[in-house]
Design a binder for this molecule. Structure first.
Ligand code: 2NL
Length: 339
């Protein structure tokens, strides 16, 4: 019996040492310690052993069992360790490799100009207010002193959703909403997308962006308007920039003017850029029409104000010397990256 146990032990050691993987070790366990394993069959044959010898043989079987179990356990720990070592080697990260570069986008020239203009007016104490792109006829036209049959409506012909609801042709509606709130004074700019039913060409698009400004307080005069826009032009185009006001007509302002800035390319002497005039038209403005104040519930005897409006794309085209507006809408990153 002792001989037999010794043989089993030796065979187990041989098989454990030969086992190349964890599953193989498990096979060894089944072969020797399993229900039909060799050691188990020895235990089963104990009934043939004499009662005196049984405790001794039993102890020997247990010792062999413990030995095989310990060897299996040691082999398992060793094997798992080796597997882990290999895995660690394979998963080594080379921190000297250059990182994967994320392709970054670029701010659109419109956005750059918009944020620059916002920064200038915020610096002068203005609030930035956004409003809806879909408006009623009242907020886009009527409240701005443009009645139903007025030809100024043709000039700004826009997209109608119904006879009363439209895509705004200017951001003025946002300012009307603000005036109706009845909180005075007002010092605001209203940037945003506007729509006109224009054909696409180098200087026109059915959808573009505008920034309008509005100031309403007691004792606001045309001098405040001039001073504000002169300062704005200097900040946007450079300290030596001059402004020129030419009389104009808008329904929503009286008096009204168009504003030119001295050419920032030639300084006003005349060049290809300003078509030899030394001046570049940049915005429209005026004193808010008393009718407009009145319709929004503001007492025009007590309060006065000025307003102005400029096209963002126009400024971007000028500032970056882009000769075709369509480039601004194609979103070609090779173009956008240049600004
Ligand atoms: C332009 C220049 C302008 C305004 C916009 C305005 C807004 C309110 C009241 C009075 Cl709520 N005016 N905006 C004023 C003058 C010019 O935009 O060329 N527009 C067609």
């Amino acid at each position: 019996m002792k001989e037999k146990l010794h043989k089993i032990e030796e065979e187990a050691i041989r098989q454990i040492e030969a086992a190349s993987a964890l599953e193989k070790l498990n096979d060894v366990r089944v072969n020797f310690l399993g229900k039909k394993g060799e050691l188990t069959s020895v235990l089963k044959s104990m009934k043939d052993v004499s009662p005196e010898e049984r405790p001794k043989i039993g102890q020997m079987v247990n010792e062999t069992r413990e030995l095989i179990e310990k060897m299996l356990e040691d082999a398992r720990v060793k094997m798992e360790h080796a597997v882990r070592e290999v895995q660690m080697k394979m998963e080594t990260i080379d921190i000297t490799l250059p990182a994967m570069r994320k392709e970054r986008g670029h701010r659109h020239p419109d956005t750059i100009v918009m944020e620059e203009i916002e920064r200038i007016f915020i610096g002068m104490g203005y609030e930035v207010v956004e409003g809806p792109e879909i408006e009623t006829d009242y907020y886009n036209f009527e409240a701005l002193n443009i009645p139903a049959d007025h030809p100024a409506k043709d000039e700004q012909d826009t997209f109608y959703i119904s006879s009363d609801i439209l895509l705004r042709s200017q951001t003025s509606g946002t300012q009307v909403h603000e005036m109706e709130k009845g909180k005075l004074p007002i010092r605001m700019i209203a940037p945003g997308r506007v729509f006109r039913s224009d054909e696409v060409d180098a200087t026109h698009s059915p959808s573009f962006h505008q920034i309008e400004g509005l100031v309403i307080d007691k004792h606001i005069t045309f001098a405040d308007l001039k001073g504000t826009l002169a300062e704005f032009a200097k900040e946007l185009f450079g300290e030596s920039t001059k402004v020129r006001f030419r009389p104009h007509h808008f329904n929503f302002t009286e008096p009204s003017a168009e504003v030119d800035v001295s050419c920032f390319k030639c300084g006003g002497t005349g060049c290809r850029f300003c078509k030899g005039t030394g001046w570049i038209e940049i915005l429209g403005c005026g004193m808010v029409h008393p009718n407009v104040l009145h319709m929004s519930g503001i007492n025009a005897e007590e309060y006065s104000g000025f307003a102005f409006g400029l096209g963002l794309e126009r400024v971007a085209l000028l500032k970056y010397e882009i000769d075709d507006m369509r480039l601004l809408y194609e979103n070609d990153i090779r173009f956008l990256k240049q600004f």
